[in-house]
Design a protein around this ligand. Structure first.
Ligand code: SF4
Length: 258
């Protein structure tokens, strides 16, 4: 199985390990990934791969295609549990993200009132007031924090220049608990060394910061699909459960996916 690019601006519904029957909304071009991170584990491959000249979908295009899709789902008797902003990169980087969230809320209320709206984000644009406002208007504001170790972030998440972990940690607290933290656990073999963010050296300071952020839930997961870097190792169920128990012991709800 190879890394995938998702259709844009709407794909699915697909079954999501964490969210159920999920209708995907991809605000990135369909011809390759565009992200402020370039994670070794990204199921869409690396930023440099598969790029073509396709552009970001406009707000109008997203609204039009989404409405047509919702009408079709109604006709087919398919009910999505969730509309999920995800796909080929970072959804909150779209310049009209806030307006698109508002359009999606209106369409959700019109066609599938009980569906949730989720955003899977890497947290790098939450300092922007429009993104911060929009994320407070969705049901599941799911923000990435894989670790608080700068070397691991540099090696595994590979952010663009300008990444500021300290600022992100402060901004995550500003949601006052109205967020879900998502964390990928894995092992990486690089230059003969193994880096593993499941050890106490990583988990203890990560959990300390997560407690300060005080999210309503923590989602921890490990590799489940093809990754562009082949030197990555999935974490065992036992180890994932152990970390999940630590999170619960700290008084936070934890959802563990393998
Ligand atoms: S943040 Fe998400 S979309 Fe971006 S590179 Fe990482 S896994 Fe891929």
């Amino acid at each position: 199985m190879a890394c995938i690019n998702f259709p844009s601006p709407v794909f699915g519904p697909i079954h999501s390990r964490r969210l159920g029957t999920s209708l995907g909304i991809n605000l990135l071009p369909e011809g390759g990934k565009v992200c402020s991170f370039d994670c070794l584990y990204c199921e869409c491959g690396f930023n440099k791969d598969n790029r073509d000249n396709t552009k970001l979908p406009s707000r109008e295009k997203v609204r039009e295609v989404l409405e047509k899709k919702l009408i079709k789902l109604k006709e087919e008797g398919i009910t999505p549990d969730v509309f999920t902003f995800a796909g080929n990169g970072e959804p909150t980087s779209h310049p009209q993200f806030e307006e698109i969230i508002e359009d999606t809320r209106i369409l959700r209320d019109k066609y599938f009132l009980n569906a949730k709206i989720s955003v899977l984000s890497n947290s790098t644009f939450i300092h922007k007031p429009s993104v911060f406002r929009a994320l407070q208007r969705v049901d599941n504001n799911i923000l990435k924090l894989d670790t608080v170790n700068p070397d691991f972030i540099k090696c595994v998440d590979r952010p663009n220049a300008g990444f500021d972990l300290k600022r992100i940690l402060e901004d995550l607290k500003k949601f006052n608990g109205n967020l879900i933290i998502q964390t990928m656990f894995l092992k990486v073999k690089k230059d003969g060394k193994v880096i593993d963010n499941t050890t106490d050296e990583f988990v203890t300071p990560w959990l300390e910061e997560v407690k300060k952020i005080n999210p309503r839930e923590v989602m921890i997961y490990t590799i489940a699909r093809e990754t562009p870097d082949k030197d990555l190792e999935k974490i065992s169920k036992g180890k994932m459960d152990e970390i999940g128990e630590k999170v619960e012991k700290a008084g936070l709800k934890c959802n563990v996916s393998y």
